[in-house]
Design a protein around this ligand. Structure first.
Ligand SMILES: [Zn+2]
Length: 463
């Protein structure tokens, strides 16, 4: 009985059977046998060493052959290094014409293709139990079809660092369980990542592709790392975005460890979010535009603070997952530990009173406290109304008269805020400055906050 897998994968020369599965009655050759049953032959049950096995695999490869090399479905029991110096077949001149099909191969050890030159190659449905190392490999142009890693499963580290794809490559339905590096990788043609699972960190930092040549569709992007430089290379469709990008989470864990990072770490995030914002704007995705705008400004603010612990407090305050008590503590520190020289930072005030024009509840809350604050202050301790004017008396205990007066004071304030011309309220303040304070609050500060509130409301709900 021939090897069942040689038949299934249509090997031109079916190999000698070394093992028969007693339960299923299926026979396997050395290459296709499960890794525990790599016997010398059907009678000799001594196991073939990994080194011998690899040599036999290399012997399958025709040195200058133009036919597809038969590698389909091979079960590799241990590490295999295809870039071994002994492997003379890896000559650049003929590599482009050489076809490899590793379809549905199972690599139990490391699969090392470091610096390898591939022509036509197919890794569809491969399982890499250990590291898959394709660093500095070169997928050459003359291939007739695209390189395929469809449905491949990378169970640990996967390294495409500085690899170069001259042809298009597909990773459809692939799973990346460990850390994956596409750092410095070059995609000269289309790279498709459709319905992929990015379970470990996948790093596209410093990769290069033509404009919008890396297509990521229907994927969860929590663990994808890239900077603003790489954003123009991508098209994202139907993806699930995280609240904070992976690059930010690295900075955040530094903050949790109380490490003060230099400002360019945060400027890089500001740049990343700005480019994502631009991308959202191009796609008219208003909801994401709001989110990225907020984060862009947040990191502009944090980069202003980056040389002191305020950067840490700000990041920890912005962490929605921590308790209200913890967040309040950080908020108090932000408010009261600010160095005087930074009090005038416009970005800080923009953040504080309106969440960069994106947080209507915060803007509304500030507005309400402003009105309530001044109403209480004036109503209880300051103003007595007379028929045509208000008298600011200075501090006084709340008396019944004051409480009665409360409504009148509120109406006066309200009219003042709404800029009713008819009221023309005259203030007879007991202290000279009181008149100015009332005017500054009711005619300038409160209307400004009303505008910010309306702006934030519109930003949040126009989308
Ligand atoms: Zn076989």
């Amino acid at each position: 009985m021939p090897c069942c897998k040689c038949e299934e994968y249509e090997w031109s020369k079916p190999q000698e059977v070394v093992y028969t599965d007693p339960e299923r009655g299926k026979s396997y050759c050395l290459f296709h046998a499960p890794k525990e049953y790599k016997y010398e032959n059907i009678h000799d049950k001594s196991l073939v060493s990994n080194q011998d096995f690899n040599q036999r695999v290399f012997a399958l490869i025709k040195p200058d052959g133009y036919e597809t090399q038969e590698m389909r479905g091979i079960v590799f029991p241990g590490d295999i290094n295809f870039t071994d110096k002994e492997m003379r077949f890896n000559r650049v001149t003929s590599a482009a014409k050489r076809r490899f099909s590793f379809e549905e191969s199972h690599f139990h050890g490391k699969a090392i293709f470091k610096g390898f030159h591939f022509g036509n190659v197919n890794f569809t449905g491969c399982i890499f139990e250990s590291e898959a190392l394709f660093a500095e490999s070169h997928f050459m142009k003359d291939s007739e079809t695209k390189v395929s890693f469809k449905r491949s499963i990378f169970k640990t580290k996967c390294d495409f660092m500085s690899a170069k794809f001259e042809v298009s490559v597909s990773f459809k339905f692939a799973e990346f369980h460990g850390r994956t590096d596409f750092v410095n990788c070059v995609f000269e043609n289309l790279a498709e990542f459709k319905s992929v699972k990015f379970i470990g960190d996948v790093n596209f930092f410093s990769c290069y592709a033509d404009y919008r040549k890396i297509h990521i569709r229907s994927a969860v992007l929590d663990n994808v790392v890239f900077s603003d430089r790489e954003v123009p290379f991508f098209i994202f469709q139907g993806c699930k975005w995280p609240v904070r990008m992976s690059l930010e989470r690295e900075r955040f864990s530094a903050a949790q460890d109380n490490d003060i990072l230099p400002s360019h770490f945060f400027t890089a995030l500001e740049d990343l979010y700005r480019s994502l914002k631009q991308m959202a704007a191009d796609k008219h995705d208003m909801l994401k535009l709001s989110d990225w705008h907020y984060r862009e400004k947040l990191f502009k603010l944090i980069s202003e603070f980056s040389d002191d612990p305020l950067a840490i407090h700000l990041q920890l305050f912005e962490n929605e997952k921590s308790s209200i008590k913890e967040r309040s503590l950080h908020f108090v520190k932000i408010l009261f530990c600010r160095p005087v020289r930074k009090v005038l930072s416009a970005t800080f005030w923009y953040w504080l009173i309106s969440g960069f024009g994106e947080k209507p509840f915060r803007a509304g809350g500030v507005l309400l406290s402003l009105i309530l604050g001044i109403w209480f202050l004036l109503g209880f301790v300051g103003i007595v109304s007379s028929k045509s004017s208000l008298l600011i008396q200075g501090l006084a205990a709340p008396t019944w008269e004051n409480i009665e007066n409360f409504g009148t004071v509120f109406m006066t304030l309200f009219k003042n805020i709404m800029l009713f011309k008819t009221t023309a309220i005259e203030f007879h303040a007991q202290y000279g400055w009181a008149n100015g304070v009332v005017l500054v609050f009711t005619r300038l500060i409160i209307p400004l906050q009303v505008a910010l509130f309306a702006f934030a409301l519109r930003n949040r709900f126009r989308r």
